[in-house]
Design a protein around this ligand. Structure first.
Ligand SMILES: Cc1cc2nc3c(=O)[nH]c(=O)nc-3n(C[C@H](O)[C@H](O)[C@H](O)COP(=O)(O)O)c2cc1C
Length: 220
């Protein structure tokens, strides 16, 4: 897939995985994508723990509030942070705020790389951090931010609804709108819908005109 926007739009959060092998080449490509994600001041204060052992995956699934389906994924990538590193450079904001953003950027970058390889992912944020840290020996100075379940999809869920762009974008200030946002935001769906509406109106007008003419001819 070459169009990055298509890639972004077609990625789905997958709940069910096939018990299917994923090559190490593909796993390492996904990890490498995470490595290249943006981070505040390029500090890259993340670590990625790769979990392949079935029993450990099951325990992680149980510690993720019984999301047992992730145990079926071929691999779990646990994304951890070293917040102290961010604190050293950026104080409290680095520790609390940037660290979360850094890890989220790494996660999303890995999800997209996985999707480009035809792999499926599930972003897991709901877990008992203490339990996960205990299972993986994660020290107190580190934090667990996310678990990526990676494998092949058993089924593709339908695309969940996303808000239209024009409801999300303000221009120049909070709640500041412009007259025709669809036009400026290249909102293809809205533009096509309008064109289709106009075309339908033209067809209906033409049909009514022909019917009118036919009636007049019959009268004559
Ligand atoms: C911070 C965060 C935490 C999430 N935690 C979970 C989770 O624990 N389990 C899960 O199945 N999905 C989780 N998701 C995935 C969302 O449910 C999913 O992205 C959302 O429903 C939209 O679907 P889509 O990704 O297919 O567009 C999480 C996503 C984010 C960003």
């Amino acid at each position: 897939m070459s169009d990055i926007l298509e890639l972004i739009k077609s990625r789905r959060n997958i709940t069910q995985f096939l018990p299917k092998f994923v090559s190490w080449e593909n796993i390492s490509r996904v990890l490498d994508a995470g490595r290249h994600a943006p981070s505040c001041g390029n500090i890259q204060n993340w670590k990625f723990i790769v979990v392949l052992k079935p029993e450990l995956k099951q325990e992680i699934a149980a510690a993720s509030y019984d999301q047992y389906e992730i145990g079926q994924a071929f691999v779990l990538i646990v994304v951890c942070a070293e917040p102290e590193k961010a604190e050293r450079y950026y104080g409290e904001k680095g520790k609390k705020f940037y660290t979360i953003q850094n890890c989220a950027a790494a996660v999303q970058t890995m999800l997209l790389e996985a999707h480009s390889l035809g792999l499926a992912t599930r972003w897991v944020g709901a877990f008992d951090e203490e339990k996960i840290n205990g299972l993986l020996g994660i020290p107190a100075e580190a934090e667990t931010h996310a678990i990526i379940a990676l494998g092949y999809a058993k089924e593709l869920p339908p695309k969940p609804p996303k808000y239209p762009l024009e409801t999300l974008v303000y221009f120049g200030g909070w709640r500041a709108k412009i007259a025709d946002p669809a036009k400026y935001l290249n909102d293809i769906a809205t533009i096509l819908a309008r064109k289709a509406h106009t075309a339908t109106e033209v067809i209906h007008k033409g049909r009514d005109l022909v019917a009118q003419k036919a009636k007049e001819m019959v009268k004559k």
